[in-house]
Design a protein around this ligand. Structure first.
Ligand SMILES: Cc1cc2nc3c(=O)[nH]c(=O)nc-3n(C[C@H](O)[C@H](O)[C@H](O)COP(=O)(O)O)c2cc1C
Length: 374
């Protein structure tokens, strides 16, 4: 029997579009580097997702690229052609068959595309400014026509997600990738309608939202979830500040989206610059959007107690990333009142039992400190 203290985590939730979730816990998007050479979803990936789709109410997949020059990782599954629909469908079906809603995360990596996987080595971004750090490639600034084409590509991948049976898409506007690169004054130095002022830096992100919504209206026969993920601040100068983000989220909150997903490594982190407010970023954001749109918070939530506390911030939904790699039965243990048995450090002898694809497993082992226990 469930411990009543944790009952709020298991309450159902309804999005504005009428789709309901069976509880408040969603799987955060995690790249696994394990797709087949041809961009199709592999058996290992399907097994990994099946293992993690029983307890949570919604699974946000690893990101998929909307155009070949947007692929950010080796072994990332593809979403850029209609030929990929059966592969996308296989993943959606696997997730839904275990009882979770399936959300496809759609993305373009922009200047973060590794040079060796960029088609003809052509790394593109808003402007020709490299990321900070040693040996980062200088990207080529996209032409206006190319930018418009990428906006349509986000729509096309959304159409494929609908045809493949997903319950929704998440627009990946976070973690330094192309959509964020257009919003950021570090990577966007354009002087056309896609850059210059804060207002103009929002043109691309908001156009992607409009296009995805247009496609959903045209193609979806049932309610379809649209979420938007963003990173609230950048460390660089110039870079996105909390003040910039407050303007963006106000616009997004008026767009009839189903959720905003705040990408953070620490759920309770506080703003670095841009606002005079000692509260956590997540509380400031929730306060600003109110009940216009649901907010998902994420970041270093491991124990049942961490999750219970996170909900006291006022947000309706929490995301678990690394913790679901470590313990795929996290939600079931809470359901059964066995929260004391939740494992919060990766057991490096259990790759097989945890259904972890080898390329993901190896990356984790090679990067100590990334996942607790390693
Ligand atoms: C292995 C791994 C892969 C990730 N891949 C993605 C991704 O494809 N898209 C994304 O938006 N975030 C990605 N993230 C970030 C997570 O969604 C999440 O925001 C972050 O890990 C913090 O949550 P956590 O503390 O619960 O892990 C990834 C994180 C990990 C650990």
């Amino acid at each position: 029997m469930i411990n009543q203290k944790y009952a709020p985590l298991l309450e159902p939730f309804e999005f504005q579009n009428g789709i309901s979730l069976k509880n408040r816990v969603v799987m955060a998007p995690m790249t696994n580097y394990s797709s087949n050479e041809d961009g199709t979803v592999s058996d290992a990936e399907v097994a990994y997702y099946v293992r993690r789709s029983k307890g949570v109410s919604m699974v946000i997949t690893a990101c998929t690229y909307v155009t070949p020059n947007g692929q950010g990782f080796p072994g990332e599954f593809a979403g850029h052609t209609d030929e990929m629909i059966p592969s996308l469908r296989r993943l959606a079906t696997a997730i839904k068959s275990e009882g979770a809603k399936a959300i496809l995360q759609i993305f373009h990596a922009g200047r973060q595309v590794p040079k060796d996987i960029a088609p003809n080595g052509d790394v593109v971004s808003a402007s020709d400014v490299p990321s900070e750090g040693e040996g980062k490639p200088v990207p080529r600034a996209l032409t206006e026509t190319e930018v418009e084409s990428i906006i349509r590509d986000f729509g096309e991948t959304t159409r494929r997600a609908i045809e493949a049976g997903y319950d929704g898409v998440e627009i990946h506007g976070a973690n330094t990738y192309l959509i964020q690169q257009f919003f950021s004054p570090h990577s966007n130095r354009r002087t056309d309608r896609f850059g210059g002022s804060l207002e103009k830096r929002m043109t691309f992100p908001l156009a992607v939202v409009d296009e995805v919504q247009r496609v959903v209206k045209e193609h979806a026969k049932e309610p379809f979830i649209i979420g938007y993920r963003f990173s609230p601040e950048e460390p660089e100068t110039p870079g996105i500040t909390m003040a910039d983000t407050m303007v963006l989220i106000d616009r997004l909150a008026n767009k009839n989206l189903d959720y905003l997903h705040v990408s953070l490594m620490d759920f309770w982190s506080t703003p670095k610059r841009g606002v005079e407010d000692s509260r956590s970023r997540i509380e400031i954001i929730q306060d600003a959007v109110g009940d216009r749109v649901a907010v998902i918070g994420v970041g270093s939530i491991y124990s049942a107690e961490d999750a219970r506390k996170a909900l006291t911030s006022g947000i309706p939904l929490i995301g678990l990333g690394r913790e679901l790699l470590i313990d795929p039965e996290w939600v079931q243990k809470i359901e059964q009142g066995r929260e004391d048995e939740i494992v919060t450090e990766l057991d490096i002898n259990k790759q097989e039992e945890l259904e972890m694809p080898t390329p993901l497993w190896q990356r984790i082992l090679k990067n100590p400190g990334w996942v607790p226990g390693v």
